[in-house]
Design a protein around this ligand. Structure first.
Ligand SMILES: Nc1nc2c(ncn2[C@@H]2O[C@H](COP(=O)(O)OP(=O)(O)OP(=O)(O)O)[C@@H](O)[C@H]2O)c(=O)[nH]1
Ligand SMILES: [Mg+2]
Length: 319
C-alpha cells in the first residue's frame, strides 16, 4: 500500500484504512511516519478528553455512556484505550469490546485499544499518534482512557485538552486516585458508582482537598457524581466537558496548551533523531569501543569523552 493511498483512505473516512494506519503506527513502520507527515495539517480539530483513575473505577463504562450522550448531541467519537499492563493490542480489549458493543454498529464511533506490545518508541508515542490520526479522520471528540497508577500514564494523558479523574466511593481514606501529578492535571473529578455507600463522603473529601490547594486557579475542578450503569449524572458531566472546552478557548488556554505541546513534541523528536543519528555514527567505530575501555580503566572520564565524541561524530560536518 502506498502512503498516498493510505492518507487518502483516512481522509475520505474509510475506517479500514484508519485501522490499518494505526497498526502501522504500533509497528513503527516507516510508512506510518510518512502518513503522519502528510496528515499533520489535517489535525488539531478534535476535542481530546483524557479519562484516568484507579483500575475498575468505571472508566470504560463512563466513556461508553459519554459516547452515547455525545452521539445524541450529534458529535462523532473516537476512543483510545491505553492499557500499559496489557500485552494485547489491536481492535478492542475484550472487556472494552463488550462494553462498547452498543456502539459497534455506529459508524460514527471508532474504538481502539492499545497494549504494550511492540512499541519501541514507547506506548505514549504510539497512543498520541493514534489520537492524531483519528483526529485527521475527522472525529469531533476523542476519549483517551488510561489506568492512573504511574508516570507513563500521566504522559499519555498530557495530550488531552481536558482530563477527567475518576474515583469510587470507599476507596480508602487516602485519596487514591489523587496521587501527585494526577491532581494537577484534573479538570473534572468524577466519583463514579454513585450507587455505592459513601459516595457523598468521597465528593466532600475531594472538595476539601481542592479547597486546601493554595494555588490560584481560574477553573476550579468540579466534583461530579455518576453512575455508569444507569447513566445518572452523565448528561451533567457532558455539559461540564463542553463548559471546560469553552473556558479553554475563551481564556486563551487552548492556544497556550497547543504551543506548549508543539514545543515539547519538537524537542522530543529532535532528541530522538539526534540520539538515533549519534548511535548510527558510532556503531562499530573502533574509537568508540576504545574510549569505553579507557573510561572503565579510569584513564579517561566519561564527561570529556562524551563531548569529544559528540563534537567529532555529530557536528563534524557543520563545523
Ligand atoms: N455499581 C456500579 N458498577 C459500575 C459502575 N460503573 C462501572 N461499574 C462496574 O465496574 C466494573 C469496572 O468497570 P470498567 O468500566 O471496566 O472500569 P475501568 O476503570 O475501565 O476498568 P479498567 O480499565 O480495568 O481499569 C464493571 O463491572 C462495571 O460494570 C457504577 O456506576 N455502578
Ligand atoms: Mg477500562
Amino acid at each position: 500500500m502506498s502512503v498516498t493511498e493510505l492518507v487518502d483512505g483516512v481522509l475520505s473516512g474509510n475506517r479500514r484504512y484508519l485501522a490499518r494506519l494505526i497498526s502501522l503506527i504500533e509497528n513503527e513502520d516507516r510508512l506510518a511516519q510518512d502518513a503522519l507527515i502528510q496528515l499533520y495539517k489535517h489535525t488539531g480539530k478534535a476535542y481530546v478528553i483524557g479519562v484516568t483513575g484507579p483500575p475498575g473505577s468505571g472508566k470504560s463504562s463512563l466513556v461508553t455512556k459519554l459516547t452515547a450522550e455525545f452521539r445524541k448531541r450529534s458529535k462523532t467519537i473516537g476512543v483510545v484505550c491505553v492499557d500499559p499492563s496489557s500485552p494485547f493490542t489491536g481492535g478492542a480489549l475484550l472487556g472494552d469490546r463488550i462494553r462498547m458493543q452498543e456502539h459497534s454498529l455506529d459508524d460514527e464511533v471508532f474504538v481502539r485499544s492499545m497494549g504494550t506490545r511492540g512499541h519501541l518508541g514507547g506506548l505514549s508515542r504510539a497512543a498520541s499518534d493514534t489520537v492524531r490520526v483519528i483526529d485527521a479522520f475527522g472525529k469531533d471528540i476523542i476519549f483517551v482512557e488510561t489506568v492512573g497508577t504511574g508516570q507513563s500514564e500521566v504522559e499519555v494523558i498530557e495530550i488531552a485538552h481536558t482530563v477527567i479523574v475518576t474515583d469510587v466511593p470507599g476507596s480508602g481514606d487516602d485519596i487514591q486516585a489523587i496521587k501527585a501529578g494526577i491532581m494537577e492535571i484534573a479538570a473534572i473529578f468524577v466519583v463514579n458508582k454513585s450507587d455505592y455507600p459513601g459516595a457523598d463522603k468521597k465528593v466532600a473529601e475531594i472538595n476539601t482537598m481542592l479547597d486546601l490547594d493554595p494555588r490560584e486557579r481560574a477553573w476550579r475542578p468540579p466534583v461530579l457524581l455518576t453512575n455508569s450503569r444507569t447513566g445518572d449524572g452523565i448528561a451533567e458531566l457532558a455539559d461540564k466537558l463542553q463548559e471546560h472546552l469553552k473556558y479553554l478557548k475563551d481564556s486563551g488556554m487552548l492556544e497556550q496548551k497547543g504551543l506548549q505541546r508543539s514545543r515539547e513534541e519538537l524537542q522530543s523528536i529532535m532528541k530522538y533523531k539526534l540520539t538515533q543519528e549519534l548511535s548510527q555514527k558510532l556503531q562499530g567505530k573502533p574509537e568508540y569501543e576504545k574510549a569505553i575501555r579507557m573510561i572503565a580503566a579510569r584513564k579517561k572520564d566519561p564527561y570529556t569523552v562524551a563531548e569529544q565524541l559528540i563534537a567529532e561524530f555529530l557536528f563534524s560536518e557543520i563545523r
